[in-house]
Design a protein. Structure first.
Length: 396
């Protein structure tokens, strides 16, 4: 069964245009399912569609030999046909493939493709595709999508008013499950918690290993060791020189590893927000996992929030994930920190957020340095008690 995602509305808006559409994101995040939903949508409108998975060596060989071999694989037609290409990064030169087909055949075909990792998209899809493509980043499910996957339509309807005690208990139970095991679709659909852990282990080992080896990383043990360190240091400044010393690896190697993690949608690195270059930090980023379930796998800790030793970093990573799904881009999320250690966890557009797992520890006057310096940016405090209201509007 295919479940809708919020991205579909944006994708549908550009289906009638000539530009190619590219879906990118982590492995197992649901890109193929989205392709199938788009295909079904177009076929219901009477349009012709063809699907190719480039893990099929026959199709890969033919399209590598020449992009126009595509027309040997589909029947001739008088109307424009929609071509779905899964795992487009496996092509020797996906940039040239998409460019040539767009430049010379866009009246005959519309390309809708997926790429398993932004590492390949960024490395191979050069500027020559400017004006020829729309890229949609696919992230883990947000909580409302998660509830849809769990067939909780009645619970979703409760947002219109104050929620009853029955629905509140159900909501909080599912919210906790979502936080612990994350938003990978296959994990969300599974009911058994032990199987959820097995699925996360498969994603956290097999699929990430595939990403790293295809990126040319030979020492995968060190790569995984770095992921575990970053899971333990979530929300802290990422000092690549310190990591280099800890893992006994060259500084450039660490930088390469971090680059692959970012482009493979394993960890996001957000940059500092600043206006005063001298007084505010402008170099080291902070790191967050795209998915809390994946982070918990690397920590070997699937305990509920109230029983965790890392309540603060865990909540901070959750807030990052919600901001990402709301803003749609890591570049729109930053943090603020000065040399004398005044800091705000997140700055996103005209809104800033300070995250505290214990709301009793919130001291608004402690952040006067920021609010006086940036009066145009509204500062909000987030804790376990108000995060659902902030991002989803639940009245509980």
């Amino acid at each position: 069964m295919l479940y809708p995602r919020k991205n579909l509305k944006k994708i549908y808006k550009v289906l009638g245009r000539e530009e190619s559409i590219i879906l990118t994101g982590a492995r197992q995040i649901g890109k193929t399912s989205l392709l199938m939903m788009i295909k079904e949508h177009l076929e219901n409108q009477g349009q012709t569609c063809h699907y190719f998975n480039l893990e099929n060596p026959t199709h890969l060989k033919a399209l590598n030999e020449h992009p126009f071999n595509l027309f040997e694989l589909i029947p001739a037609a008088s109307k424009r046909q929609n071509i779905f290409i899964d795992e487009v990064q496996y092509l020797d030169d996906p940039t040239n493939f998409l460019k040539l087909l767009y430049d010379e055949k866009r009246t005959k075909i519309k390309i809708i493709a997926s790429g398993s990792s932004a590492f390949y998209i960024n490395e191979k899809f050069k500027d020559s595709l400017a004006g020829r493509k729309f890229i949609f980043e696919i992230f883990p499910l947000d909580f409302e999508e998660f509830l849809t996957f769990k067939k909780e339509e009645e619970l979703l309807k409760q947002k219109k008013g104050r929620i009853s005690a029955y629905y509140k208990n159900r909501l909080l139970k599912l919210w906790q499950q979502y936080l612990i095991y994350g938003g990978y679709p296959k994990v969300a659909l599974e009911q058994d918690e032990e199987i959820k852990k097995i699925l996360l282990e498969e994603i956290g080992s097999s699929y990430i290993k595939k990403d790293s080896t295809e990126a040319g990383i030979k020492n995968t043990d060190k790569y995984f060791a770095l992921l575990k360190i970053l899971a333990e240091q979530t929300g802290q400044l990422v000092n690549s020189q310190e990591l280099s010393n800890s893992l006994n690896l060259a500084h450039k190697t660490i930088e390469d590893y971090l680059n692959v993690m970012a482009r493979s949608y394993q960890i996001a690195f957000i940059k500092p927000f600043y206006q005063n270059l001298r007084k505010e930090l402008t170099k080291m980023p902070k790191g967050y996992f795209y998915d809390t379930g994946l982070r918990n796998f690397f920590l070997s800790d699937f305990a509920p929030p109230q029983k965790r030793p890392d309540k603060g970093p865990f909540l901070e990573n959750i807030v990052f994930g919600e901001l990402l799904k709301e803003r749609g881009n890591t570049d729109k999320i930053k943090f603020w920190r000065t040399q004398d250690k005044h800091e705000i966890d997140f700055v996103a557009d005209k809104q800033a957020f300070e995250v505290k797992s214990d709301p009793k520890k919130i001291r608004a006057n402690k952040y006067a340095c920021f609010t006086q310096k940036y009066p145009q940016i509204k500062l909000a405090f987030l804790s376990w008690e108000n995060i659902l209201k902030q991002f989803y509007g639940w009245k509980i």
